[in-house]
Design a protein around this ligand. Sequence first.
Ligand code: FMN
Length: 369
Amino acid sequence: MAEPTVTDLPAQAPPVCLADFAERARAVLPPDVWDYVAGGSGAEVTLAANRAALDRVAVVPRALRGVETPDLGARLLGRPYAMPVAVAPMAYQRLLHPDGECGLAAAAGAAGVPYLASTLGSTPIEEVAATGAEIWFQLYWLREKALVRDLLARVREAGCRALVVTVDVPVLGRRFRDLRNAFRLPSEVTAVNLPNGRDDLAHSGTPGVSAVPAGATFAPALGWDDLAWLRERVDLPLVVKGVLDPRDAQEAVRVGADAVVVSNHGGRQLDGAPASVRMLPEVVDAVGDRCQVLLDSGIRSGTDVLRALALGAGGVLVGRPLLWALAAGGRAGAASALDLLAGELRDALALAGCPDPAAAGALRTLRVD
Ligand SMILES: Cc1cc2nc3c(=O)[nH]c(=O)nc-3n(C[C@H](O)[C@H](O)[C@H](O)COP(=O)(O)O)c2cc1C
């Protein structure tokens, strides 16, 4: 991968917020790839609800707290990171830019935040780990347990720091945009971490049929017992991603999860599911201090991170904005997006009178309708 420079970014005024990267990405991406990333499932009710619900969370700032430059440092899964933000796991990043997974992971490493590597990565996990970033591996449960075992051995060998099991994809949500576009992956973008041919389907487009995902590969009938099986065999911190109901968060605690991610998969799975931020306080109440609670789906600014922290999250995952930044400028684009987010979070904490992210948990919030 070529050494990135700022000249990789289109010559325009520098982005002032993450939304600016979306515009740039839209200008350079093929329309069907733009739709694959931006879209949600069904009528995209949940996709829209994520944003609307975050905008309705008002955080009440404190005055005269003597805070000048907040320290953004935070502990995620007990490890110190530069800020309470992680890169959400997202499939097929070489669709967006040749830098792909290595570009986004290197940017995460430079920013001091974890990079969550998808099972459906288009770069081998070993190469992503070689960027030096802290990698948390995201697992989609495969039908064949032997394949799960093989993948886990590679994850261990590659030095990944955590295992993130995604539990909200028993089947893929119906994504109308991809169905209408008969979306399929170009031949050079494959799920290289899976055995040969496992994502064949994803490359053959038929009108009215989306080629994503590789439906034959995943195990839909996953149960909490399977997670307990995994917990016994993996000595990495375990994260359960895709929980909305507090009872599921309690199940996750029961099987020994170290963290849950309150998430509706960015509105890409059950359309009509609630905004993840709406469920956050209930989940925080349900698990108490027995495991860490992270949030994703709709986070677009430092203010959104502050909202999540004020509602009791230990940190957030950011998805689409980082793919847009990758599309717009490769590794350098992703690095500038993470830098922008850190600056926004620093300002948001200072404006709220918080010396650090942990202090945000004591802020008052209101739901404004
Ligand atoms: C293009 C794309 C691919 C994704 N692929 C995965 C994946 O492979 N595994 C996974 O657990 N989540 C996946 N997600 C969901 C994200 O991890 C995350 O939950 C979601 O994008 C957060 O919402 P946001 O994009 O609004 O920030 C994907 C999301 C997008 C947009």
